[in-house]
Every structure is written in structure tokens, then in C-alpha cells.
Design a protein around this ligand. Structure first.
Ligand code: GCV
Length: 678
């Protein structure tokens, strides 16, 4: 069967005719027409979406109106708007929906059945409409619907590391989507498509510029451009955030200092923030990288993170804005083990931050490696809401060349038990505020979007954007559920496609770990671009930018001793984890070389010595990529040739790269291993 070529622009919103005859019949019967109540821009967007999706999915006309429908129909409206139509949503259910929840419910209207989508605000109706369309796209039963869904995390953001010149730090899918030179006059239609895609998976914010920020982004001229983008995003329920540079009062305001304790500096920020809110009344807030990797910050003036964060938070507070203060710091004078620095700097500040500050930590204590144990800051600052930052763009995981599905990585982190308040204090529950009773919460994903026609460079990288949104909305969803959705939406409902692609996705992350950094190895990528392997690298200006700093291979063994006899990074975890991680025999093998310097002859659970196990893992990783190439080949007749070829080419490159990783790493590490060790 020759499928029509696709370029991937439509993402998971392809709306192809339902090719399951029973379902098609059911859907046609249930939706003879659709009514969207309300006159807002959002209502208009919902009308457009349904007008585009329903006729395509049902392969026949579906009249749309703003009137009470006759016959079986889809009816979309807020609880208030539905009342005159005789649909009443009980008060308790309305309360349950909260600000952002939606309800999709079958309703008897005389002899007709309506499928009602409702919520307390119009943007929630849009989320609900997308959810309903997903049911149709994935061929679900729509009889007797009663779905109430609300997000567990309040702020669900994409962070764009986009520079004002259009380049993207760690971007692998072309240039920035934001056309700064043309804004605010020209509105690229793609802005709408971006916001629509985000809304369809429940995201509600975007930080537009790089955390390695430029002061220029806060000038009036740029704020006007930001305001124009915000006007596009608003009806989709997306708020806009910015990353300010801490030294802006000097660069833009001509002040001699950016010391947060200086009244002139405080005043400058207040005026700037007031200006922002005049232009963008629903501005979300700031995301700040300070005193990290050369960025200016309060410590330049002998002040600390709380002084800097609180000053900005106070300016934002009267307007309802939040302040995300990043904890990605690793000053070598704080500790010789980079993994320990953030906790050492931030734990003592717990309780000192203003209520609208969230301290933002990456999923692991180093830097978005293929696998890291969870960041020990989660669970170490009970009085401070902590935001979780994950990286959707695959800086260290093969960028947009390797097919690596990150769902299970993020789920591993979200489900990790910190034991901060006894068992069950998972990272997810710390982030959503439930463990320590915070009423604000945030998750941030560093975006992988760019100007490439397929948005993410690799067709399969779209899955990572998708799964980030879905988990941000509900971290309790299983990755299997989300994977199944994405495959059905993006590729096909064909059982062969499902059976083939699902195992590729779920096997791809473990395989990447195996062919890059098995058993807890980390940061042995090439300097700067972080793409290929370079375990021998030892000439960086800082020790902790060298690969040898992380793997510490020598004649005795390999790995970073972070046990109590080493750097004691394990001491930053709550019991029983510190004991479990700290003991070579109880440490999970997936973190072995993260926490221990292990003799080459050490026997693992498999019965193999460490060195044998390493060779085995590298082989397994490569073998899985070979398998993906074969599986994909088997789908040639089922997938359109444009997307099939694109993915085939990348898989071939991935295989070549995986073999290279194995060759370079085993050759390099092998020189430390003597004959007796093997
Ligand atoms: C935006 C890593 C990346 C940097 C990034 C930094 C951060 O070090 O390599 O490109 O800078 O993380 O998260 O601030």
C-alpha cells in the first residue's frame, strides 16, 4: 500500500479518516453535528479545530453552529454557557475541575445523546476538545463517556534556549521559530501552529529566550515583539515567560551595579516589570540562570541566590508572576564533586525565598546525561516549591540524529522515591506540591523545536515533545499509554505499525545508555558539542569539564567514588537511599559507576566481571540499533516513503555512531584492563 507522503509538519494532529469501519459507524452516529458556545477567540479556535478535524476523521460533513443542536451532537461550552441548554454541571464537579480541568460527558437530551465538553474556562474547553479528538484519532469507544481530567502541575512550560539572532543553544532542528526581526508587525502563521500543538498536549507556557540571556530581550522594542507573540498564544491558554540577564540594570539602565540589595537596582527591576505587565498583562514570569557557567548573579556582589531571587520575585508578585530560579550551579570552590554543589548552595537557603519563587533543578545532579540518579535537591528543601527541569532536546543523547525516546527516563525520575517524608515521597509528588503542601508547582522542558519543517529534526523526536506535555499534565499516566497514543496519532492505527514502533520506542533509551554510558558512566561525550564519545579528553580549562574527571578509569577499576569513603555525594540522599547507593553490593547496577569506583574484576548480577559486563552492554546497545533498522525496514510498505526514508537515513547514522561509541569506549577503557581482570 502506498501511503501519501508526509513531511511531519502536522505532528500528532493529522486527522486521517478513521479506517476502522465499526468505529467510523459509531462516530458518525454519535456526531451528526457540533455546537461550540461562546464568542471568544478561544471558542473560535475550537470551532476551527473541530471544523478541520471532524469532517476529515468522519469523512463527511459535520455542520458546526453556535445554536442548540438537534440530533446526536458534540456540544462544547463552559458550565455557565451550557445551562440555558439544559445541561447542568453539579457544583461539586465544577469545583473538582478547578481552573484548568475539563469534563467530557455523555448527556441525554430528550431522545438525543450529546457528548458534552465542558470546564470552567474557555481554554480548558480547548484542552478537552483536543482530548476528545484524540479519542477519535486513536479509535476509542465513545459510548457513555465520563472523563474528568485536571493537571497535577500548575505551570507546564517549554523553555526555549533561543538566542535573539535566531540561533538555538542545543537546538538541532533549524533556527528559532521566533522571527524577531519581523515582529511585532508580521505574525508568522507558524506561531499559531506552535501554540496549537502545545495546547493539544496540555502545556500552558513558553519561556521564549535562552537562559544564557541577552539584556536586549528586555528592551521596550523587544517587549513589544513579545507582546505580539503573547497575543497569538493567549487564546490557546499559553502564557509567556522570559529569561532576564541579571546584569540588565547595568546594561540597559546604566547603573554602576546589579547588586540586588541596592535600592536603585530594585527600583529598576520594579519599573521594568511594571512595563512588562503594561504590555503583557498575563505575563507568566522570569526564568533565571545566575552565577552559573559565567552568567552574572547576586554572588558577584557578595549577596546570595535568595537575595537575587527575592528581589525579582517582589517585583513580579503584585502582578501574579512567578520566578523560576535555576539551581544549575557548580562552583568548584563549593565542592570538588560537581554533583554536590547545588545542594550545598541551596539547602541552607530553604525557607528564605518569597512565596512566588520556585527553585528549578534538573532531573539529575550533573547535566541531562543519558541516565542520572534523581537530583538530591528534590526532598532537601521542604519549605521551597521545586520546579523540575528536563531536556527534551537531546543534547547528550544523539541530538536529532538518534532515535531515543525519553518517556521512560522522565518516568523513572518522576517515580523515584526520595523518602523525604517517608516512603512514597516521589519526585513527582514533590514537584506537584503534594508532599510538602505547596500550592504552586512547575515543570519545565527544554524545547526541541525549531524551524525544520517537521519541527524537531527527527520525526521520532516529536514523541519527546508529546510525552513531555502529557506527563506534565498527568505524571501518573503510564508511558505505555502515552506511547500507544503517540504512535497511533503520528503514524497509524495499523496493528503492524503499533507492534513494531512501540518496542522501538521503549527499547531506544536503554539502548542509548548501553552504547554510550552503561552502568552509571556519564559525561564522556566530546567537548563543546557533546555529540560523539571522547573518554580520553583531559585538556579542558576546568577539571569537571574533562571526561576523565567523570569516569576515573585506572588500573584498579572505573567509576566516580561518591560513597562515604569518596566524595560522599550519597550523603545528600535520605535514608535508606544513602546506604543503598553508598554500598557497592546494594547500589543498583544502573548507577554503579556513578557512585563507585569499581574493580574491573567485580562480579555483577549477571555473573560477568565488570569489564565483561561493559563489553556486553556496548554490544547490546549496538544490537538494539541494528534491530531498530530491521524493524523499520519492515514498515516500508506501511509508512509513507517521505517519512520512512528520512527515518531510515537517521537510523543508519545512529547505527554507525553506536558502533563508533562502542569501538572508542572499549578501546580506551580496555587499555586499563589487564589480562587477569577479564
Ligand atoms: C543553556 C549545559 C549545556 C548548556 C546550557 C546549560 C544550562 O551546560 O551544555 O548549553 O546552557 O547546561 O542548563 O544552563
Amino acid at each position: 500500500m502506498n501511503q501519501k507522503n508526509e513531511d511531519g509538519y502536522e505532528l500528532w494532529l493529522r486527522y486521517r479518516r478513521v479506517d476502522n469501519p465499526d468505529r467510523l459507524r459509531q462516530y458518525r452516529q454519535a456526531i451528526s453535528r457540533a455546537t461550540v458556545l461562546g464568542a471568544s477567540e478561544t471558542a473560535e479556535i475550537i470551532r476551527r479545530e473541530l471544523g478541520r478535524a471532524l469532517p476529515a476523521l468522519l469523512d463527511r460533513a459535520v455542520p458546526l453552529s453556535e445554536q442548540r443542536p438537534t440530533g446526536n451532537a458534540l456540544v462544547v461550552g463552559t458550565a455557565g454557557d451550557l445551562k440555558p441548554l439544559g445541561v447542568s454541571i453539579p457544583q461539586v464537579q465544577r469545583q473538582n475541575l478547578g481552573e484548568e480541568g475539563f469534563l467530557i460527558r455523555s448527556h441525554q437530551a430528550g431522545g438525543d445523546t450529546w457528548i458534552v465538553i465542558t470546564g470552567n474556562a474557555e481554554t480548558t474547553l480547548l484542552t478537552g476538545a483536543f482530548h476528545f479528538l484524540r479519542l477519535l484519532q486513536t479509535h476509542q469507544n465513545i459510548d457513555n463517556l465520563n472523563i474528568l481530567s485536571r493537571p497535577r502541575i500548575r505551570h507546564r512550560l517549554l523553555a526555549h534556549w533561543d538566542n535573539l539572532d535566531g540561533s538555538i543553544e542545543r537546538g538541532y532542528a533549524g533556527q528559532s521559530l521566533w522571527q524577531w526581526a519581523e515582529l511585532p508587525e508580521t505574525i508568522d502563521p507558524r506561531y499559531h501552529d506552535y501554540a496549537r500543538a502545545c495546547a493539544s498536549i496540555g502545556l500552558n507556557g513558553a519561556c521564549l529566550n535562552n537562559v544564557n540571556a541577552q539584556a536586549q530581550s528586555l528592551t521596550t522594542a523587544y517587549l513589544e515583539k513579545v507582546a505580539a507573540l503573547t497575543d497569538v498564544f493567549r487564546p490557546y491558554g499559553m502564557r509567556v515567560y522570559l529569561s532576564p540577564v541579571f546584569s540588565a540594570p547595568m546594561q540597559l539602565g546604566g547603573l554602576p551595579t546589579a547588586d540586588p540589595r541596592d535600592p536603585a537596582v530594585t527600583k529598576w527591576w520594579q519599573k521594568k516589570v511594571d512595563e512588562i505587565y503594561r504590555l503583557i498583562p498575563d505575563f507568566g514570569g522570569f526564568q533565571v540562570k545566575a552565577n552559573s557557567e559565567g552568567q552574572p548573579g547576586p554572588q558577584d556582589y557578595g549577596a546570595n541566590h535568595d537575595d537575587g531571587a527575592n528581589m525579582l520575585a517582589e517585583a513580579l508578585a503584585p502582578h501574579g508572576g512567578i520566578l523560576l530560579w535555576r539551581a544549575f550551579v557548580y562552583d568548584v570552590s563549593v565542592d570538588q564533586d560537581r554533583a554536590k554543589c547545588a545542594n550545598k548552595e541551596f539547602e541552607p537557603l530553604d525557607g528564605k525565598f518569597r512565596p512566588n519563587v520556585l527553585v528549578q533543578a534538573k532531573n539529575g545532579p550533573i547535566d541531562f546525561q543519558p541516565r542520572e540518579p534523581f537530583h538530591p535537591l528534590f526532598g532537601a528543601m521542604p519549605q521551597t516549591p521545586l520546579a523540575l527541569e528536563v531536556q527534551i532536546t537531546q543534547e547528550y543523547l544523539g541530538q536529532s540524529i538518534h532515535l531515543v525516546y525519553l518517556a521512560d527516563m522522565w518516568k523513572e525520575v518522576l517515580d523515584a522515591d526520595t523518602y523525604a517524608r517517608g516512603p512514597g515521597s516521589t519526585v513527582a509528588k514533590i514537584v506537584d506540591g503534594s508532599v510538602f503542601g505547596h500550592n504552586t508547582s512547575c515543570i519545565v522542558g527544554v524545547a526541541n523545536t525549531g524551524s525544520d519543517r517537521n519541527w524537531c529534526g527527527h520525526h521520532f523526536s516529536q514523541a519527546n515533545w508529546y510525552v513531555f506535555g502529557r506527563l506534565a499534565w498527568d505524571h501518573q499516566l503510564s508511558t505505555e499509554t502515552i506511547t500507544e497514543e503517540w504512535v497511533r496519532l503520528t503514524w497509524s492505527n495499523d496493528p503492524l505499525v503499533l507492534q513494531s514502533i512501540k518496542p522501538m520506542l521503549h527499547g531506544s533509551w536503554p539502548a542509548c545508555i548501553d552504547y554510550m554510558t552503561p552502568l552509571g558512566l556519564h559525561h564522556i561525550m566530546q567537548e563543546g558539542h557533546h555529540y560523539g564519545p571522547d573518554p580520553a579528553f583531559n585538556s579542558a580549562p576546568r577539571q569537571d569539564w574533562n571526561c576523565v574527571y567523570y569516569h576515573r578509569a585506572d588500573r584498579e577499576g572505573i567509576g566516580f567514588d561518591r560513597s562515604s569513603s569518596g566524595s560522599n555525594a550519597v550523603g545528600q540522599y535520605h535514608p535508606p537511599l544513602r546506604e543503598q547507593f553508598g554500598n557497592l553490593t546494594t547500589c543498583p547496577e544502573k548507577y554503579l559507576l556513578w557512585f563507585h569506583h569499581v574493580p574491573w574484576t567485580h562480579r555483577l548480577q549477571s555473573g560477568r566481571t565488570l569489564w565483561e559486563e561493559m563489553q556486553h552492554r556496548y554490544d547490546e546497545g549496538v544490537a538494539f540499533v541494528e534491530k531498530m533498522v530491521d524493524i523499520w525496514q519492515g514498515l516500508q510498505a506501511t509508512i509513507d516513503s517521505q517519512r520512512h526514508q528520512h527515518v531510515s537515513q537517521r537510523l543508519a547514522q545512529q547505527l554507525e555512531n553506536a558502533r563508533k561509541w562502542r569501538e572508542v569506549c572499549l578501546n580506551y577503557f580496555g587499555q586499563f584492563v589487564s589480562g587477569e581482570d577479564t
